[in-house]
Design a protein around this ligand. Sequence first.
Ligand SMILES: CC(C)(COP(=O)(O)OP(=O)(O)OC[C@H]1O[C@@H](n2cnc3c(N)ncnc32)[C@H](O)[C@@H]1OP(=O)(O)O)[C@@H](O)C(=O)NCCC(=O)NCCS
Length: 406
Amino acid sequence: MSEFSVRAVAEGEQRACLDLLSESLHGKAPTDEAWAKMAPSWPAAGKFAAFDEHGTPVGIASSIDVELTVPGGQKLATAAVDGVGVRADWTRRGILTAMMAVQLEDLAARGVPLAALHASEAVIYGRFGYGAATFCKGVSVERPRARLRDGVGRDGVVRFVTPAEAVERVPALYNRFEGTRPGFVARPVNWWPGFFDRVVTGTDGYRVAIHSGPDGDDGFVVYQTIDARDRQAPERGAILDIRDFHAATPQAWAGLWRFLLSVDLVSAVAGRGRPLDEPIAELLTDPRAVNTTEVIDDLWLRLIDVPAALRARAYGAAGPVVLEVLDQQLPDNNGRYVVGPDGVERTTAEADLRLDVATLSSLYLGHGLFGDLALSGRAEVLNESAVARADALFHTARSPWCGTFF
Ligand SMILES: CC(C)(COP(=O)(O)OP(=O)(O)OC[C@H]1O[C@@H](n2cnc3c(N)ncnc32)[C@H](O)[C@@H]1OP(=O)(O)O)[C@@H](O)C(=O)NCCC(=O)NCCS
């Protein structure tokens, strides 16, 4: 069996790494022209790769630095792990395991308290301390049935912008939004070219609409229409498919839904990756017009610095609990913590609940309940009366949601 070694990607090695990543994800390697556009947003920094004995990259794990909103509103430095792949003829030899170990050590050494990713498969990252921390849903709203209730406001206007205007305006607009939900990610400058600009300036017919309220622009939606008409069912209109939709206020959000549901020749307004508790049905006279098409894990989180992360978030009103945390990869996190609204401290007191870092990471943003995870042994209950307190401390009123793919 051939050997591999893992190290930081050096300047000039990025393109070979991207070719390998594209291949591992069954995509096409970028053309010279595409690479020329992408190169500035694909720096060597933040990338680790596995190389074979000839120096050819056979695995990669990258990350970009973002900020993530945690319960209570604080924004924490977070490594958004975004390009992970191993060449198909090198898988299941421990390459990902080795890359994850190097990446976690690097993040810990740099003092980055959180790492987050979107997983291609849900079985991969738990072993590295990641837990599914936000979930999202797919929705499809039957437009002919979807009438808005009279009380839905009309406080703003919606206008289309050209692709060039969208590229210029939307990043500044998005970055003005305060994270209204835990899990919200501030998108860095090098996120936009690959995930937004390429889409809205491409040839797939995406439209960008901006909502303006009393204080100016306060929301946007990116969508395309997919023609679903056929000769057998000519009354069926297109599917309006939402790709990116964020609003600064509930009024802007409702105004954008009003607009989406008003587009003619559309039979359904659909979107994936929407917040679990997005209250679309509450806008409508017939709530059954809204169909949930899927519920799926969204953001996987990994607490890199457990005490710093625990101290950064706010807690619900309940008495403190003592958590005993187990972390195989980053043993500095091991220990007991007393967690409550008045603060978080290391302690030698008896633990109420014992859990590994992946389970704690799952619960950290406010989704899920300690008792539910205890059912499958992911949390060990040492003091039954602490479970309800722990849930009251960690659970958030709004579902955590990321809403940004990386
Ligand atoms: C997922 C991927 C990165 C795993 O890389 P790898 O080098 O094969 O992983 P490792 O050899 O370090 O595997 C570590 C463990 O995870 C398990 N594992 C890894 N990928 C798995 C998968 N897709 N399904 C189930 N188990 C998996 C391995 O079986 C191994 O288990 P073990 O320790 O009990 O033997 C690789 O298969 C890949 O590139 N897949 C296609 C692209 C992709 O999905 N990338 C992830 C994007 S988020």
